[in-house]
Ligand binder design. Structure first.
Ligand code: WTA
Length: 654
């Protein structure tokens, strides 16, 4: 299909309207009056209704730009709210997670009472290893039940954690451990992904060589693989929990202040160094549990499946903390969607009678490519609601998701948010909102989102601009760890008094928001945030690379794909072997997710006369577009040469 035809089609789909289904209206957790509720009243009432406080808060929030503090004076514990109080309330037998390992037939059912026992035992073990209130702990694991157990055990003790996605490399792990000054690392021998083992322990060993502050590494056994244990540093989790009490009174939940650190989660920004996003206790828990309740319309007997990885913010907020606070039964799946077959997800939905499914557009597009027959082989009639997150969803994928997965009856919630926002901020509410394919529709009640132009003025309906937020919300980031200046500079300096999200957006005549992708040097590949500069730094770290420039080009499945333009030292020519070597180099420096799809070798990069690389031109080249203005280039012939090479390289890749 030509690009023009695609654009017309998409426009027609965008015009479609899906009013809330009749069986939702009146039945859903959110009623239309929710939009009329007073901001203060709303967040006070939700905090009281949803969360158990050891000491009540005395003030709703304080807003000293750019820092907000919420539920001041309140004392609570996140683990108590996610686990203990449900057992105390008599629903200990309710299932917290249905877990499936990737190797077929491996299944576990974990009730809230089981979860409590495991968390208490592990917390006792951590305590014996010297972990207490304020001890920073790194976690590098795959999707096994021991991951939420480890996070909750930290929360129980008041030890802040940073979870590092299991797909990141040893280098990425050590950077994060060092930045947070972690004293303990929790990992596992290996995980399963696409039928092969992910060597998590081996990667951690490499990382720990460069993170001398980590004195203890606690290793869960998962794959049973042979791993070396370093004397005096490494301990097996199953050995240290042995003999520990599982009585909750043996390890009481530490009373934490609302504003105590719960976790850091590192995310890519516009420089090579990832930012440690700070999330605290009270506001975060209120924010994620409230949004989870209303947006996913979770009922007491729901089986909810968020198919993200816990290593990203989606997993923190909507696999672990939000759903558990709401005593929700969830599904946890270890592996990839097409192992052993492309119907794996649909077999899971059928087996557990999942009624709410939350995933990313890139996954939906992969299923689209594989064809609807895999879903058709299964009974998906339990599904009631579908969610999307991580990147703009193209209208074709939206409509396909609705028809082929949702049976034409399930509403879709396209949820916009970020690691920084902690909770969903722009979203439809099921039963209320009329949805449009490709639009995230409306700000959540109380959220003051707007689209502004270059001068910070709100643009009228239809116009595009920068997405900003003008009022604080409970789960908002409390800063970048140990970097006040970068916090101010990144989010608050462009438009004083407004949080700059870094996304382009437009608002239509109905007030619905349409997200248009990043406006900065951050790429979005399969819903993962990757900074162009981070990949460039990894490339120039290779001894033969002189210079590199990276951009994201449109990709049908992954949203964006990474293209690197590289010039080698001493006028060396590129080769297919060099391309493989550089891609692997980036995988080692950052992780496989950051490997460029294509590398174009060129003797020179297009630069302005002041020496700045013109990325805009490279993007044009990589997307095969007519080139924009090239008059400011120092040497306009450079770009012509790159264009020729890009075409040749691209056909090589295909
Ligand atoms: C993008 C993921 C359009 C956006 C929760 C944002 C989206 C970045 C959507 C945050 C959506 C996320 N529609 N774009 N529904 N959801 N994004 O920090 O560019 O991994 O800034 O958080 O993903 O990515 P992050």
């Amino acid at each position: 299909m030509t690009e023009g035809a695609y654009a017309i089609d998409a426009l027609l789909l965008e015009e479609r309207r899906y009013p809330p289904p009749a069986d939702f209206a009146g039945q859903s957790n959110a009623q239309p009056s929710i939009y009329e509720r007073d901001f203060d009243e709303f967040w006070e009432a939700e905090a009281r209704e949803r969360i158990t406080w050891f000491d009540p808060f005395t003030k709703l929030y304080e807003w000293e730009l750019p820092y907000a503090r919420w539920y001041l004076g309140g004392k609570l514990n996140v683990c108590f709210n996610c686990v203990d109080r449900h057992v105390e309330a008599g629903i200990g037998d309710k299932i917290a997670y249905h877990w499936e390992g990737e190797p077929e037939g491996e299944r576990r059912t974990i009730t809230f009472a089981d979860l409590q026992r495991e968390v208490v035992r592990f917390a006792n073990a951590l305590k014996e290893l010297g972990v207490g209130k304020g001890t920073p702990v790194g976690i590098y694991m795959g999707m096994i039940p021991e991951l939420p157990v480890s996070m909750l055990a930290c929360a129980r003790l008041g030890a802040p954690h940073t979870v590092v996605f299991g797909g990141f490399s040893a280098d990425s792990l050590s950077d994060r451990l060092n930045d947070m000054e972690c004293e303990v690392l929790i990992t596992q021998d290996a995980g399963w992904r696409k039928g092969t083992e992910v060597p998590l322990k081996r990667n951690s060993d490499e990382a720990l060589d460069r993170a001398p502050g980590v004195r203890t590494s606690v290793v869960w056994r998962r794959a049973g693989s042979d791993v070396g244990m370093k004397e005096g540093r490494d301990v097996w989790a199953h050995e240290v929990v042995e003999g520990q009490s599982d009585d909750p009174d043996s390890c009481p939940c530490e009373p934490m202040d609302s504003e105590d650190l719960l976790y850091l989660l590192y995310t890519s920004g516009t420089t090579a160094k990832p930012k440690g996003i700070v999330h605290t206790t009270g506001g975060y828990l209120v924010g994620v549990s409230t949004t989870h309740h209303y947006i996913f319309d979770v009922k007491p007997d729901s089986v909810y499946w968020c198919a993200a990885d816990i290593g990203w913010v989606t997993g923190h907020s909507y696999i672990v903390y939000g759903p558990l606070a709401n005593a929700t039964t969830g599904v946890l799946y270890e592996g990839v969607p097409d192992y052993p077959d492309r119907d794996r997800w649909w077999a899971i939905v059928e087996r557990y009678k999942v009624d709410i499914l939350y995933t990313a557009p890139t996954a939906i597009r992969a299923h689209m490519k594989w064809g609807p027959e895999h879903a058709e082989r299964h009974d998906l009639s339990s599904l009631r609601l579908l969610g999307s997150v991580g990147e703009p969803i193209n209208p074709e994928a939206w409509v396909w998701y609705r028809e082929h997965i949702g049976g034409g009856r399930c509403p879709i919630v396209d949820t916009w948010w970020q690691t920084e926002t902690g909770m969903i901020l722009i979203t439809p509410l099921p039963g209320i909102t009329t949805t449009k394919p490709g639009s995230a529709t409306l700000p959540f009640p109380g959220v003051d989102a707007a689209v502004v132009n270059d001068r910070g003025e709100e643009v009228p309906p239809g116009g595009g601009g920068y997405l900003v937020l003008r009022r604080p919300w409970p789960a908002m980031l409390r800063g970048i760890y140990k970097d006040h200046d970068r916090f101010v500079e990144t989010y608050w300096s462009r438009f004083p008094g407004m949080y700059l999200a870094g996304d382009g957006a437009r608002v239509d005549e109905d007030g619905d928001f349409w997200l248009m992708g990043r406006v900065d040097d951050v790429m979005n590949v399969s819903g993962h945030r990757i900074s162009t500069i981070e990949v460039e730094s990894a490339l120039v770290d290779h001894p033969q690379v002189a210079e590199a420039a990276v951009c994201g080009r449109k990709d049908e499945t992954t949203g964006q794909a990474i293209v690197a333009f590289v010039s080698l030292k001493d006028g060396e020519e590129g080769s297919p072997e060099m391309m493989t070597e550089l891609r692997e180099h980036v995988a080692t420096k950052i992780g496989k997710i950051a490997r460029p799809a294509n590398i174009v070798f060129t003797p020179e990069l297009p630069k302005t006369r002041s020496g700045k690389i013109m990325r805009r031109l490279l993007k044009d080249v990589s997307e095969n577009r007519a080139l924009g203005d090239t008059t400011t280039l120092a040497d306009p012939t450079v770009v012509e040469e790159i264009k020729d090479r890009a075409v040749t390289e691209a056909s090589q890749e295909a």
